[in-house]
Design a protein around this ligand. Structure first.
Ligand SMILES: Cc1cc2nc3c(=O)[nH]c(=O)nc-3n(C[C@H](O)[C@H](O)[C@H](O)COP(=O)(O)O)c2cc1C
Length: 214
């Protein structure tokens, strides 16, 4: 395995240029540009990101989620708040988000606080989901141990029937969280490993931009 891993290419390039001095004074604009670049480059699921949380014993946890929106409050994601990540955020709302766009050699790291964005956004997000996705969410059992496939099949059938009878139904545990950042780092990989790193740090007066050593 070790030799096989060593033989795999990483950060092979070529990568686009990145001029940190030309970047905006706040991170959202640069993030939107990089996300658009990833979409235009044809990267699959460019809106997939790793959400890292900390559990009640202080141990880290992480999983991939889909970015649902980006606005002046921050980065939005949708999930059930009844499962592990929802419980972890309830105890400790400090989270991190990580994006990686391989063919561009770009990574973005965001650290911030996750806040529940409220029922209006939650309801709209839930109703925009596919019927299958809504049925699964209505089960409200995410990450519980699954003891029988037929229990899952029966549960899904029941939830689909409920949705057919009441298409506006919203899972009570559904939530949209918005991550309000206090630190955002943009990392542009370089084939010679002279990576270009730009970090935005929020202080009382606004955003501080600083270059980091590779
Ligand atoms: C590409 C991808 C996208 C995903 N998107 C979501 C999502 O938007 N919301 C969600 O709750 N889970 C999503 N998941 C599943 C999560 O990674 C995770 O398995 C699930 O949310 C349970 O996490 P938890 O046990 O830490 O609460 C996605 C997984 C993948 C691989």
């Amino acid at each position: 395995m070790k030799d096989e891993l060593r033989s795999l290419a990483s950060l092979a390039g070529p990568f686009p240029p990145f001029d940190p001095d030309a970047a905006a004074g706040e991170p959202r604009e640069l993030f939107a540009t990089w996300l658009r670049d990833a979409i235009d480059a044809g990267i699959r699921e460019p809106h997939a990101m790793t959400l890292s949380t900390v559990d009640e014993t202080g141990l880290p946890d992480a999983r991939i989620l889909i970015l649902k929106n980006l606005d002046d409050r921050g980065w939005h994601f949708a999930t059930t708040n009844a499962g592990p990540k929802g419980r972890q955020i309830a105890v400790n709302p400090y989270v991190a988000l990580t994006f990686y766009w391989p063919s561009l050699g770009r990574q973005v790291r965001i650290r911030g606080v996750a806040l529940d964005s409220g029922t209006t956004e939650r309801d709209a997000d839930f109703r925009a989901r596919s019927a299958g996705a809504r049925a699964v969410a209505l089960l409200s059992r995410q990450s519980d141990p699954l003891l029988s496939e037929s229990e899952l099949d029966d549960g899904l059938r029941r939830q689909r029937q409920r949705l057919a009878a009441d298409p506006d139904l919203v899972a009570p545990n559904w939530a949209v969280f918005v991550v309000m950042p206090h630190e955002v780092e943009f990392w542009q990989g370089d084939t010679e490993r002279r990576h270009m790193r730009l970090r935005y740090r929020r202080d009382r007066t606004g955003w501080i931009k600083e270059r980091l050593w590779p």
